[in-house]
Write a protein that binds this ligand. Structure first.
Ligand code: FES
Ligand SMILES: [Fe+2]
Length: 331
């Protein structure tokens, strides 16, 4: 099995690990690249992301109590505030100075597109830009974060591939789609995404009509699909009447074999369709991918010769080549 989660290059990337809406009255526990983290909103309103292990006796901080942005450890009550500073060690009394080693070592965090993004080390790039997020004619819909028993590179490989559509997406948009894939030209789509543009006639069942804005059995779509290393994929759909549906597919390694998956949608529609209805259709598509991918064991081989590929795999092979180069996997 090719382990990838401990490769140094990934320490500089940004990973969406939760939705901002997931933050509640308790601290939030997540696992990123095999490392357990705790997240909460500090007393200054800024998110704190730290190792989910108390510096005192390593109790998980995520089982602690949160009051006014201060996290109190469940074991001996040490209290941590903004920037992970330890502000109280109850057994030493309220006046005793707090040792520097009692403060938490924190990770970089940003809130963007309704998601919480964490960079484990020194950032080597920025969170990919979705220009529609600043465009008031678009609304943004978040979908919730799921855990998939799938290795993250397999998710990205799948999202860059469209030869599986007529085989896997038979219950949504792929039924009856021509299985033959045209030759695809790859190129830079914008500053952050690399991929391809293609046109397709997609099945438009009743459940899809709210999303496509059309009652026709088949709708014509101009689509782009592209990746931003390491694991973000953006798929844009433009219908003939000008409606655009942008999908950001976010896959984050919990560890080598499991992933968080969430997607974000932007649409320039008239808001007449209930967000739940739109999300439900994309979620059904995701469930088809999940059902397939959870049957595929292990991590994705990253060596060039590790898999048999054909012409239609060109986009996913290019992602795999660049990803392998990024994390320095050699043939
Ligand atoms: S383990 Fe956290 S206060 Fe002791
Ligand atoms: Fe799919």
């Amino acid at each position: 099995m090719t382990s990838f989660v401990h490769r140094p290059a990934l320490q500089g990337a940004w990973f969406p690990v939760a939705e901002v809406a997931d933050l509640g009255v308790s601290p939030l526990a997540v696992t990123l690249l095999g490392e357990r983290l705790v997240i909460w909103r500090g007393s200054d309103g800024v998110l704190v992301v730290a190792l989910d292990s108390c510096p005192h006796r390593e109790a998980p901080l995520s089982i602690g109590t949160l009051i006014d942005g201060e996290l109190s450890c469940a074991y001996h009550g040490w209290k941590f505030s903004a920037e992970g500073r330890c502000v109280l060690v109850p057994s030493s009394g309220t006046d005793a100075p707090v040792a520097r080693a009692a403060h938490l070592s924190c990770r970089r965090v940003e809130e963007r597109y309704g998601l919480i993004w964490v960079c484990p080390g020194q950032p080597t790039g920025a969170i990919p830009k979705i220009v529609q997020d600043d465009d008031s004619s678009f609304r943004r819909l978040n979908s919730g974060v799921e855990e998939w028993e799938v290795s993250t590179p397999r998710l990205v490989d799948n999202f860059m591939d469209f030869s599986h559509f007529p085989w896997v997406h038979t219950g949504t948009f792929g039924a009856g789609q021509n299985p033959e894939v045209p030759k695809l030209d790859l190129g830079q789509l914008d500053d952050d995404f690399f991929g391809y543009v293609y046109e397709v006639d997609a099945a438009n069942p009743d459940e899809a009509s709210a999303v496509s804005g059309s009652d026709d059995d088949v709708v014509h779509r101009v689509m782009t699909t592209g990746f931003s290393l390491p694991f973000i994929v953006r798929s844009t759909i433009r219908y003939d009447d000008g409606l655009q549906h942008i999908l950001l597919l976010c896959s984050t390694p919990i560890d080598d074999l499991r992933s968080y998956f969430t997607f974000v949608v932007w649409r320039n529609d008239d808001h007449s369709v209930d967000p739940e209805e739109i999300i439900a259709f994309d979620r059904a598509i995701g469930a088809e991918d999940k059902a397939m991918l959870e049957q595929v064991p292990g991590t994705l081989p990253l060596e060039r010769t590790g898999l048999t590929s054909v012409q239609s795999d060109k986009p996913s092979v290019e992602w795999r080549r660049r990803f392998a180069e990024l994390i320095e996997v050699r043939d």
